[in-house]
Design a protein. Structure first.
Length: 115
């Protein structure tokens, strides 16, 4: 069993920044890919960014150049640095990974971008 716990969400003005954290209960070196997804009200959950164990990254077109995903293996934590935030980034952000054929999700953290 793996637990993923997100933190760092909140209310921010357009153009502002937030850093989300995802702490895993297991050594994240075992997870080849870890990712962040988001779900806005009335919309499907969508991929935001992923990072592999060899630090290869992938981003949704809507966040390229504004968001940065990173991982600290020593702390078993994955981060999502979000800059130049827009109102359309408002959503619940979820951490995701998989191990031994099982997909794990965190409980989510709310990000609201509003003036």
């Amino acid at each position: 069993q793996v637990q993923l716990v997100e933190s760092g969400g909140g209310l921010v003005q357009p153009g502002g920044s937030l850093r989300l954290s995802c702490a895993a209960s297991r050594n994240i070196l075992r997870f080849y890919v870890m990712g962040w997804y988001r779900q806005a009200p009335g919309k499907q959950r969508e991929l935001v960014a992923t990072i592999t164990s060899i630090f290869s990254t992938n981003y949704a077109d809507s966040v390229k150049g504004r968001f940065t995903i990173s991982r600290d293996n020593a702390k078993n934590t994955v981060y999502l640095q979000m800059d130049s935030l827009k109102p359309e980034d408002t959503a619940v952000y979820y951490c995701n990974s998989g191990l031994d054929g099982v997909t794990y999700w965190g409980q989510g953290t709310q990000v609201t971008v509003s003036s």
